[in-house]
Design a protein around this ligand. Sequence first.
Ligand SMILES: Cc1cc2nc3c(=O)[nH]c(=O)nc-3n(C[C@H](O)[C@H](O)[C@H](O)COP(=O)(O)O)c2cc1C
Length: 193
Amino acid sequence: MKRILFFLLALSAIMLITACSKNDDFDPDNQNSDEIQYDGNRKILVSYFSATGNTGRLAEQIIAATGADAFRIEAAEPYAANPYDDSDWIQNESYNNLRPGVAALLDNMEKYDVIFIGSPIWWHNPAMVVCTFLESYNLSGKIIVPFFTYGATTYLQQSLDKIYEVTPESLHLDTYSGSGSVEDWLRGIHIIE
Ligand SMILES: Cc1cc2nc3c(=O)[nH]c(=O)nc-3n(C[C@H](O)[C@H](O)[C@H](O)COP(=O)(O)O)c2cc1C
């Protein structure tokens, strides 16, 4: 009995260590960090998808600090008010790299120089509707700034990589790491002075 208990304890410890080390996947130095200088003439858009409000709240902070225009991305076929009720559907979209339709697109994307793109992490990726949105435009040469909210940073790097994948011709600035103020981050990437 003691042996079985010891075995189970050891197994739990190994599983815990594995889970913790997976959380270290995100390495800020592994981002596509293009360098820009501050330029007050840039036109900035904060586009985001948010199901339960967390990403929307982060978007509001960015808008307040930058004076950017806002665009809320919505899915053509809305998710349940509690998106966990649609977990299987969302998992299928993520795991199969699907492109759900967007309810509406922005007409005048060409006028923006900087495009913040925000999303919850949903099943290890950005909400796939965000990819549909980005792929609807020619974003060549635009400055893309991804930001996410999530339960754990486990899939932050994978989510960033997905944004890079769907905006291959764009410049990319560092994402918000979740520590420090939003203003400090924006100053650090030379979006505000
Ligand atoms: C279906 C579903 C899948 C999720 N998958 C992940 C995930 O893979 N990794 C993670 O860290 N958080 C995950 N979360 C948590 C959300 O990313 C987190 O709650 C986020 O802040 C929600 O943003 P929102 O309030 O803007 O919708 C998931 C949430 C839902 C509903």
